[in-house]
Design a protein around this ligand. Sequence first.
Ligand code: NDP
Length: 317
Amino acid sequence: RKSTVVITGASSGVGLQAAKALAQTGQWHVVMACRNLSKTEEAAQSVEIPQGSYTIMHLDLASLESVRQFVNKFRESGRSLDTLVCNAAVYMPLLKEPLRSVDGYELSVATNHLGHFLLCNLMLEDLKKSSSGDPRLVILGTVTHNPKELGGKIPPRPDLGDLKGLAEGFKEPYSMIDGKKFEPVKAYKDSKVCNVLTMRELHRRYHESTGITFSSLYPGCVATTPLFRNHYPLFQKLFPLFQRYITGGFVSEELAGQRVADVVADPAYRQSGAYWSWGNRQKKDGKSFVREVSPEASDDEKAKRLWDLSEKLVGIG
Ligand code: NDP
């Protein structure tokens, strides 16, 4: 029997290549959980994911109702869930004013963190029933979450503060987790800190009792993906060159996708609570290692408080 993996945001970039890498092994059926069905079908065909090895299902992470509907649809499909990959994200560095999710929350934190937070909580039940003997839940992180690393030093730095914005309900007039003025780049970085805190709290709460492996990874700087579609055109041109020739951080979409696939399927990555990295400068045949997360992302008290407040905001608290 093939194992089943759900990958969010598999219509482009890292998620698409991870879907391809897993489908190609012949051992995985990939559920591509995406907001645009026809775009995803075209993307799957363009990178030649074998027919029959994937299913596309609708999921809009910027709507809590859509997350719930996705989980119901998935259950109706009769598939068992063996691994969940939370990969989708939006990055909107040039926004002057915050955009809002269907539920009224600032859009990047709503999509990258809150939608995935609800999805993880609901699908935990499905993962518990996996008969693969090795269920996993993987959340994409990023180096920019960590001011202690080179790639994380560029301001604005993430800072969840005392989570005032979340505690106040995260709707207008609040748009930042710390309750301060809207800053779109920081909102993205904050959401990725939340991703790492969520992974660590899932591990603390559920690893021992369920045997599920919870992990995160920084796949490298994948400077060519549409993640930067909302940036200046000149930035989109120069950033890949800068990463390739100056910082040495450049990673192809294929390689990043393969790294996600490895964290999903390779026995070497069966370590719960781990945040995997291949370093900042890419070396030929560079090996992965468990990297320390940022001081804020390793704060257990913050992880608990973020969990409690997120539960309320997604309606399960
Ligand atoms: P892309 O922009 O290529 O892919 C993002 C995916 O998320 C797309 O499939 C997009 O769908 C989907 N998505 C966005 N909003 C929603 C939503 N509301 N509901 C469902 N899906 C949604 O980005 P990358 O491949 O670069 O990024 C993937 C992950 O890797 C992210 O978590 C990112 O933080 C992480 N990462 C990326 C790095 C990089 O350098 N690129 C570095 C480190 C981490 P659609 O096609 O419809 O827009």
